[in-house]
Design a protein around this ligand. Structure first.
Ligand code: GLN
Length: 496
């Protein structure tokens, strides 16, 4: 195995035991970037020099016999909506094109303190609003498993980086599916933790009641290690819960699924989704049964019928208030006007893209008198009904299997121009976000064209460790996704 193909666990072990150095690993990953970035376009800002400097420090720590941390020398990328001190943080938007934060997000601090090496910032749909990573100031990211196709979004750059072997780990944010869906499209593992597990301090918000920092990797074990590093109380974020987290990696010793009750979501016509993804769902159900679980079909009528509408009302209302701070004065770009109001209008019209403007206007409208009573208020009530629906089902099941996406990655530029139909692609991920539940995209190998198949595993709120345990049992059978060679559709090496 080459250095860029190792998991985070294997990389840290090798660095700590001096089998190879953190500098060698960083150089191997930078060589991958050098070779493929011209066609993949996953990175907004590469911080190669700083990464090599951080890697040298890790090697010096190891040489002195000090503990270099659980992620010693592990390269990682962060989506460009994580604040990084002195490194520009654009959110893929003109409005922040030249903005550099003065502090690091808590998640970045935790990764660096664990010995991980930050390599740079990855592409996203502007302000994390989207599902394809096409709406960006640097243009679309291409899917490393097929360069003609989108990588999913909005954390498409982070998913592409892990799939292409730029790094074994990446950070994204998931508000309504933005880590699970790109993980699905790029054929890697991705986890949205329960809302409240990981600090959002220093994340440029899209919708604060839904956003959650979420890791991407090529193994479930690396997701669990990332959770151990990331999930902890943070006084800087009141929505980050103050309880002691379990040892997420200990859950991976689960030998099989004996005694587990798994619900397989059947609440849709199989014709409403891609046949191969439907097949992957059935296959995962079969594997759970073989591993000893009691498997039964289940439905989520409220979530499926109202999930997308409820999500878009809630998220857009949140977004309109969060994005009010980009006013041309306090942060980022500024375009003059004859009056204060004209300056706001000029700046926000010129510097936000079309989709972001649409969402701010709709969200603002939803919070005005009349619309609030007719849309926003009811959406909050329906959201609670959905939480109740989930809770009732969790009396019967320990976890559910759902699709992550109804479709395989589509060709760049081909997607629906009607936003309403585009939003329907989020049907299986947004209810989980509204419920605050943990969700894992688990890779299920590749189809005959080399495109990734996967399923979504969903657990009870705060049962993230148990969900990782179930995912690891299934991954042992399915195999771990391998590194893609962009441009060349190929079979996954590890997957059976
Ligand atoms: N596709 C969804 C949206 O556009 C989810 C985005 C996200 O999770 N950031 O809102």
């Amino acid at each position: 195995m080459e250095l860029h193909e190792l998991s985070a666990k294997e990389t840290a072990r090798g660095v700590r035991s001096k089998e190879f150095s953190a500098v060698e690993v960083t150089e191997a990953c930078l060589a991958r970037v050098d070779r493929f970035e011209g066609s993949v376009n996953a990175i907004i800002t590469l911080t190669a020099e700083a990464a090599l400097g951080a890697a040298r420090e890790i090697d010096a720590k190891v040489a002195r016999g000090e503990d270099a941390g659980p992620l010693a020398g592990v390269p990682y990328f962060a989506k460009d909506n994580f604040c990084t001190r002195g490194v520009r943080t654009t959110c893929s938007s003109k409005i922040l094109e030249h903005w550099s934060p003065t502090y690091d997000a808590s998640a970045i601090n935790y990764m660096n303190a664990a010995g991980a090496v930050m390599m740079g910032k990855t592409n996203l749909d502007e302000f994390a609003m989207g599902s394809s990573t096409e709406n960006s100031i640097i243009g679309p990211t291409r899917n490393p498993r097929d360069l003609n196709r989108v990588p999913g979004g909005s954390s498409g750059g982070s998913a592409a980086a892990v799939a292409a072997g730029y790094s074994p780990l990446a950070l994204g944010t998931d508000t309504g599916g933005s880590v699970r869906q790109p993980a699905c499209f790029c054929g890697v593992q991705g986890m949205k933790p329960s809302y409240g597990q990981v600090s959002r301090y220093g994340i440029l918000a899209y919708a604060s009641s839904l956003d959650q920092v979420s890791p991407l990797a090529r193994t479930v074990e690396d997701l669990a290690i990332s959770m151990e590093v990331l999930a902890r109380p943070d006084p800087n974020d009141t929505t980050c819960d103050a309880y002691d987290r379990p040892r997420f990696t200990e859950a991976l010793s689960l030998p099989d699924l004996a005694g587990k009750r798994i619900g397989v979501f059947e609440g849709f016509e199989s014709s409403q989704m891609d046949a191969e993804l439907y097949g992957a769902l059935q296959r995962a159900a079969g594997l759970c049964r073989e591993a000893g679980a009691k498997v039964e079909s289940m439905d989520l009528p409220i979530a499926v019928k109202y999930g997308v509408a409820t999500y878009y009302v809630t998220a857009l209302a949140d977004a309109s208030s969060k994005l009010a701070c980009y006013d041309g004065m306090r942060y980022g770009s500024h375009i003059d006007g004859a009056t204060l109001n004209e300056m706001y209008v000029n700046t926000r019209t010129a510097c936000f893209g079309e989709e972001v403007r649409r969402r701010i206007i709709l969200g603002t409208c939803l919070l005005t008198e009349g619309f609030y009573q007719n849309y926003y208020g009811p959406a909050l009530k329906v959201r609670q009904r959905m939480v109740d629906e989930f809770d009732e089902l969790f009396e019967r099941f320990d976890a559910y299997i759902l699709p992550t996406s109804p479709s395989l990655p589509y060709v760049i530029g081909m997607k629906e121009t009607d936003p309403n139909r585009l939003y329907l692609g989020d049907i299986f991920t947004v209810p989980i976000s509204l419920g605050g539940l943990p969700g894992i995209n688990l890779s299920m190998g590749l189809n005959a064209l080399g495109l990734p198949l996967s399923v979504q595993l969903v657990g009870q709120r705060y049962f993230d460790a148990e969900l990782l345990g179930i995912a690891s049992v299934l991954e042992r059978v399915m195999g771990k996704p391998g590194v893609a060679t962009p441009g060349d559709i190929q079979k996954d090496r590890g997957a059976k």
